[in-house]
Structure formats: structure tokens, C-alpha cells
Design a protein around this ligand. Structure first.
Ligand SMILES: Cc1cc2nc3c(=O)[nH]c(=O)nc-3n(C[C@H](O)[C@H](O)[C@H](O)COP(=O)(O)OP(=O)(O)OC[C@H]3O[C@@H](n4cnc5c(N)ncnc54)[C@H](O)[C@@H]3O)c2cc1C
Length: 298
């Protein structure tokens, strides 16, 4: 498998694996880890802040996300990263790689902003998950963004569904809803220690489904649980926010569009990760048939 890096301040994990390098030209922000907290068995929350976040421009979206740059600690680089200079000096292998994370919460502070980012701790593989599990206050985190465009539409009937990777964005959506919103949120997690006490309107039912362990193609119960949701007869009222592992997303797209008759404008539906793929490969495959969730994009 791929090499692992312990990470060091400002060098959170690494590249060096032949993945797709970060695109140059996106403005970078350098935040500091202010606090870390284990919010569930498999979720670690890092609170990021400091002067580097003074220019953070939160979007009017509950699925806003940042792209964190992970440089190879062996290169001794200090963020922000001059990607062109790094490429010139160290070659494409030396360019920091990106990992995508939702912004779970944003708070205005006297200094500007503080954000919470919840990382799934999914084992020893990968860069961001292992780094977050061991991150300490004072470490630097370099990122671009935020991007994102979904926000729950007031008065719609909401279907929210996802695994742990989508849980931060789903939690942010639920927290932003007004008290009269209605719907169902289906949350696929490893076990009882992964349930969170989420703020949600009384009319939005939270359905936790437990896999009984790690995510595997056969352990996920997300599709089954979504199929078990009785959708309103007025299908046009539905707005869905459905994100998670790629193959499950393909199945759920087929179900929601093909069997339930929803149209694309009602759906925020995408893959957040792919089983057995580092994010570099996962992002690159979005340009290939295997990476398309909607066949018409092929
Ligand atoms: C818009 C968007 C928002 C996202 N928000 C979040 C978020 O808030 N929190 C979050 O934790 N993730 C989030 N993700 C998913 C995250 O970007 C991926 O999980 C990413 O692959 C993690 O990087 P890594 O370095 O830990 O693992 P990688 O190096 O990318 O992958 C290493 C191995 O771990 C596996 N793996 C990766 N992610 C998971 C997982 N979640 N569960 C089980 N196995 C996994 C891969 O299949 C691969 O085999 C988001 C993705 C997108 C596109």
C-alpha cells in the first residue's frame, strides 16, 4: 500500500505517491490547530483558527468544504506553499496533495473566524485521517476554499443520507434548518459509539444504521435504509442531500432517479470517497466512467 507519514507542523502528511498534485493558483490560507476533540469513536474534530483565518469567507452553504494541502514532511516545506517552485525543485512527486473536508461549523471571533472540521478516523491507511487522529494544537493546516453550494431549501421535504464522511455536512444542514422543516436523515455509521447528539428540527427523523464495524462493500446498510424511507407522495416536494462512498452513491442515484422519479434538480448527490482508492485516484477517476455518478455526465 501507500507510504504513511506522521506529519509535522505545517507538513500535515504527504504526497510522494504519484498522486494527482494540487492545482496551482488557488489562494491558500494557513490556519493553526487550536483544539482537538474525539467527538465519536471514529470522528476527530479539529478546531482551526489563528490570524491565517482572518480572510476566511464562509459560503452561504451547509456543505461548504475546504481542500487541505498535505506536504511531504521530508521536504521541510513551510506553508503557504509555492506549488510551482516546489514542482520545479522536487518534481511532481514533491507537490503537496489535497484532501477534501467539510466545514462542520464556522464561528466569528475577534480575530476573524474559527472553523471546526470533523475527520473520519478510518484506520492507518491514508494521509488526512491518520494525521488528524494524532494532530496537536499549534500544528499548521494549509488549505484552499471554501467551495460548496447546497443549503436546505425551506419548506421542502428533506432526505439526507450518508456515511461518516458526509456526517459533518449533514449535521451542518440539520443545524441550519428552521424548526418546522420535515424529512428523514439516514446516517450509516460503524457502531453505537458513532452516533452523535445532532441538533435537528423535531419533524426531521434521525435514523442511525450501524454496520457493526468498518465500511466495506457488504457492510454498508445505507442503501437498504434509504429504500426503507417512505417518501411523500408529492415527489416534487423532496430535496435530497445524499453523499458517501462512490458505489453506494451510484446505487442510490439509480434508486432515487430510476425508481422514485426524482430529477437531478432535486438532488445534491455525489461521492465523497471511493473504497480502496486514495483521494488522488478517486478525484482522477471522476473523468472516467467508473467515477461518474450520473451516467449522463459520462
Ligand atoms: C465535498 C467533500 C466533503 C468531505 N467531507 C469530509 C468530512 O467532513 N470528513 C471526512 O472525514 N471526510 C470527508 N470527505 C471524504 C474525504 O475527503 C476522504 O475520505 C479522503 O479520502 C480522506 O483522505 P485520507 O488521506 O484519510 O485517505 P486516502 O489517502 O484518500 O485513502 C486511503 C484509503 O482509505 C480509504 N478511505 C478514505 N476515506 C475513507 C472513509 N471515510 N472511510 C473508510 N475508508 C476510507 C480509501 O478508500 C483508501 O483505501 C469529503 C469529501 C468530499 C468530496
Amino acid at each position: 500500500m501507500r507510504p504513511e507519514f506522521a506529519g509535522a507542523p505545517g507538513q500535515a502528511g504527504h504526497a510522494g505517491h504519484g498522486g494527482r498534485p494540487a492545482r496551482p493558483g488557488r489562494p491558500q490560507q494557513v490556519a493553526e490547530v487550536l483544539a482537538t476533540a474525539r467527538v465519536s469513536d471514529h470522528l476527530v474534530r479539529l478546531t482551526l483558527g489563528g490570524p491565517g483565518l482572518a480572510a476566511f469567507e464562509a459560503k452561504d452553504a451547509t456543505d461548504q468544504y475546504i481542500k487541505i494541502l498535505f506536504a511531504d514532511p521530508a521536504l521541510g516545506l513551510t506553508p503557504p506553499y509555492d506549488l510551482d517552485a516546489i514542482r520545479a525543485q522536487h518534481g511532481p512527486e514533491g507537490v503537496p496533495v489535497r484532501r477534501t473536508y467539510s466545514v462542520r461549523a464556522v464561528r466569528a471571533t475577534d480575530a476573524g473566524a474559527e472553523i471546526d472540521v470533523d475527520f473520519v478516523v478510518h484506520g492507518s491507511e491514508g494521509i488526512a485521517g491518520p494525521w488528524a487522529a494524532a494532530a496537536q494544537p499549534g500544528e499548521l493546516v494549509c488549505f484552499s476554499g471554501p467551495g460548496g453550494k447546497y443549503a436546505p431549501e425551506p419548506g421542502a421535504w428533506h432526505l439526507l443520507a450518508g456515511d461518516e464522511a458526509a456526517l459533518p455536512a449533514i449535521a451542518a444542514a440539520l443545524a441550519a434548518m428552521g424548526p418546522d422543516e420535515r424529512g428523514v436523515a439516514v446516517l450509516d455509521v460503524a457502531g453505537p459509539g458513532d452516533r452523535l447528539d445532532l441538533a435537528a428540527p423535531a419533524g426531521v427523523e434521525l435514523r442511525w444504521v450501524e454496520r457493526g464495524g468498518d465500511w466495506t462493500p457488504t457492510s454498508s446498510r445505507l442503501e437498504e435504509a434509504v429504500r426503507g424511507v417512505v417518501l411523500p407522495a408529492d415527489r416534487g416536494a423532496i430535496r435530497a442531500f445524499v453523499h458517501g462512498e462512490r458505489e453506494t452513491m451510484k446505487s442510490l442515484r439509480a434508486y432515487l432517479v430510476g425508481e422514485c422519479g426524482l430529477v437531478r434538480q432535486q438532488l445534491s448527490l455525489s461521492a465523497y470517497w471511493a473504497y480502496g482508492r486514495a483521494e488522488d485516484a478517486f478525484q482522477a477517476e471522476k473523468r472516467e466512467p467508473v467515477g461518474k455518478i450520473f451516467p449522463e455526465d459520462a
